[in-house]
Design a protein around this ligand. Structure first.
Ligand code: ADP
Ligand code: MG
Length: 679
């Protein structure tokens, strides 16, 4: 039934069917799953005598004295008298020719509209009308009226008329939620929820319906993610790397650490330790702002693995970062006499081969590297833990990585602060640790939004800071559609600044189309203070560490998301000197101003991520397609409670029945890769 083509069940013409098809609606199922996005509350009827001027109201009564005429300006006017028990008013419609066929004297009718007052009399101007059907059921007025996303052809009115007669087919939807969950949480059965969501009988029932559908959406997402995780854990059985986390070993590391973990670092580290002894491979995402101390925590985990006789690897998306991490890891672990190597594409062949040989024979304890690590010919003797930094940038299916290396523990890290709910939705098959506090003593970066009229002043100020020995980044506009255009504009900006603004300073240019060696060369020259200003595209976003650079100037800052701006800002403020971030917005629109204001008033990345999510929605912020953010119809990603409920229930179910053997439909859907809600 639900698969029936709409052309077979509704009477309409081809152009409507085509318009529906454009929105992905071709059969009954799809039509019934096309939910209203809001409701117009017209459920309150008033008496004619109580009508207020200019206030929307719904009245129920009879029409009489129908009268049609052409106005002087060529419009068709239909006039009538509308009466209920309390009084009468005049009703007027313009240019609604077809009403002549519908309206009859003495007809019972419901009207929704506004009373207008002109001269000495009030009239109801072009109200919505509905003639109650046989069962006196109203669908367009006099109730909570569903409002759908409309296209040129397909109006809400049209959809209401087509959907309402098909509602009885909701009984053919198979409810995927197990009955014990429905009962436990007092959730509305699916068919009922679908009916209520289209034509709610009351606000309470509507809320129950939405709650149920939202729960289901999140539950399916969580179930899918956790099912994947369970399967992975089952596959890796017998392969488990047991890691010693006894206090003596941990203290050995802590003794050489030049600082004490912050509470947030300690908590994350404890969570990691507990994973390492669970008898299953860890699958954890460590989230923390730039500089929050993730690498230090990762180093501790690497150390534990190596102490238990395993090898460890840390993978990063770029060579620059690999070099930086190599240095950092080396610094933390240098006292233990470990063999720590780097594996990146630009090494000479013989060096690479030697490192790879060492990895295979087990001589190498720790490797820091790029994609080079997952090349065909690379392998480990006994990999215990893999750390992947900025996993979303890495663009690698981590499960493939895990399989290739025989199910090591996996720790993914990201400096993109993703609010917890969203992270659980996006990376539901990973557990989550968050470092939400920076180590003590960090400076706040002074951030200003600079209007065009102050541009020159900003340049002069930068010049004076450089005269004092500081350095500056200039980030060029983000051009989403085209890297070529982006490179062009960065090059032009570099030339403009070199020739006209800072002719006496030394500038460098960095962009994504440059060869790796040239990029590295420019970075090194900037890091060694040979250059004063680095003009760059967003390639500098990830992990560059130049403590002497104290100024970050961002062109067309309003083209960037807050998370990105925050990441860019995190490139400064890494040394002893006070640092600054100048945002040059391109427009002064309200949304641009709101975002600039968020940047100037908040320094916490998680806070900014939440604001960004509110201002722009998850699709804009993280890019629906790239990030795999599900296009939720019902549930809100900020509904923490519902998400927790859904995740807990999914966990319980899988604990009891890991293969979902008892729940065929659920198993089927948990195996599917795409959207959660498809019945
Ligand atoms: P992330 O990887 O999150 O960007 P890092 O681990 O690289 O952060 O740490 C950033 C800087 O802060 C490093 O210079 C590191 O030595 C320092 N650091 C890390 N943890 C602490 C801490 N608990 N106390 C003081 N300094 C710390
Ligand atoms: Mg880092």
């Amino acid at each position: 039934m639900l698969e029936r083509k709409l052309s077979e069940v509704i009477r309409t013409n081809k152009s409507y069917l085509n318009a529906l098809e454009e929105n992905g609606i071709t059969n009954v199922r799809e039509l019934l799953l096309n939910f209203p996005w809001r409701y117009s509350d017209e459920s309150e009827f008033v008496n004619v005598i109580d009508l207020q001027v200019n206030q929307q109201a719904t009245v129920q009564g009879t029409i009489s004295e129908l009268f049609t005429k052409n106005t002087g300006t060529g419009k068709l006017m239909i006039k009538a008298k509308f009466s209920d028990d309390t009084g009468s008013i005049e009703v007027v419609w313009f240019n609604q020719n077809y009403l002549r066929q519908i309206l009859k004297n003495g007809m019972k009718i419901v009207l929704t509209g506004k009373l207008k007052w002109s001269g000495s009399k009030g009239s109801f101007m072009s109200p919505k009308y509905e003639v109650p059907g046989a069962k006196a059921q109203l669908i367009h007025t006099g109730r909570l009226v569903p409002v759908y996303h409309e296209s040129q052809r397909i109006t809400s009115k049209w959809l209401r008329e087509k959907i309402q007669p098909l509602l009885y087919l909701t009984q053919f939807f198979e409810d995927p939620l197990p009955s014990q969950i429905l009962e436990k949480h007092n959730l509305m059965p699916l068919a009922e929820a679908l009916r209520q969501v289209h034509f709610p009988e009351s606000d309470d029932l509507l809320q129950s319906a939405r709650h149920r559908l939202g729960f289901e959406e999140l539950f399916m997402l969580q179930l899918k993610a956790l099912y994947r995780k369970t399967m992975y854990q089952i596959e890796s059985e017998g392969n488990h790397k047991i890691i010693d986390i006894s206090p003596e070993v941990i203290n050995e590391f802590m003794a050489v650490l030049p600082f004490k973990f912050t509470d947030a670092q300690q908590k994350s580290f404890d969570e990691i330790c507990s994973d390492l002894t669970k008898g299953q491979p860890m699958s954890r995402l460590l989230e923390g702002d730039v500089g929050s101390g993730k690498t230090a925590v990762a180093a501790a985990a690497l150390f534990l693995a190596v102490k238990s006789g395993y090898q460890a690897v840390i993978m990063v998306p770029t060579e620059i970062l690999a070099k930086q991490h190599y240095k950092t890891i080396f610094k933390y672990l240098k006292d233990f006499g470990l063999n720590i190597q780097m594996l990146i594409g630009s090494l000479s062949r013989s060096v690479k081969e030697e490192v790879i040989l060492g990895m295979k024979t087990g001589v190498v304890n720790i490797v820091v590297g790029t994609h080079a690590i997952i090349q065909e010919n690379v392998g480990f003797k006994n990999l215990g833990i893999a750390v992947i930094d900025e996993q979303h940038r890495f663009g690698v299916n981590q499960r493939a990585v895990l399989k290739k290396f025989n199910s090591p523990h996996l720790l993914a890290m990201t400096a993109t602060p993703i609010p917890r709910t969203l992270a659980l939705t996006l990376y539901g098959d990973q557990d989550l640790s968050i470092i939400d506090k920076l180590p003590p003593g960090r400076q706040t970066i002074v951030t200003r939004s600079v209007p065009a009229s102050k541009r020159q002043d900003a340049y002069s100020w930068i010049e004076s800071e450089i005269a004092k020995g500081r350095q500056s980044f200039v980030v060029c506009p983000l051009i989403e559609e085209s890297e070529t255009l982006e490179v062009k504009s960065a090059t032009a900006e570099f030339e403009r600044l070199s020739e006209h603004i800072f002719p006496n300073l030394k500038l460098g240019l960095l962009h994504g189309k440059m060869k790796q060696v040239d990029k590295d060369d420019i970075m090194l020259r900037f890091a060694s203070k040979e250059l004063d200003i680095l003009v760059a595209t967003t390639v500098i976003e990830v992990g560059i560490d130049v403590p002497n650079a104290t100024i970050m100037l961002i062109e067309a800052a309003d083209r960037f998301g807050l998370a990105q701006l925050h990441q860019l800002r995190g490139r400064v403020g890494r040394g002893e000197h006070q640092s600054y971030c100048f945002l040059f917005p391109e427009s002064s629109s309200e949304s641009s101003r709101a975002r600039m204001k968020a940047m100037t008033s908040h320094s916490d990345g998680f806070k900014l991520a939440e604001i960004d999510l509110e201002l722009r929605g998850p699709g804009e912020v993280y890019g629906i397609r790239q990030s795999g953010i599900p296009d939720l119809k019902m549930a809100s990603l900020s509904n923490h409670e519902l998400l927790k409920l859904a995740r807990d229930e999914a966990e319980l179910l899988l604990k009891d029945d890991p293969y979902l053997a008892k729940y065929e439909t659920l198993a089927y859907r948990a195996n599917m890769s795409e959207m959660a809600v498809d019945y």
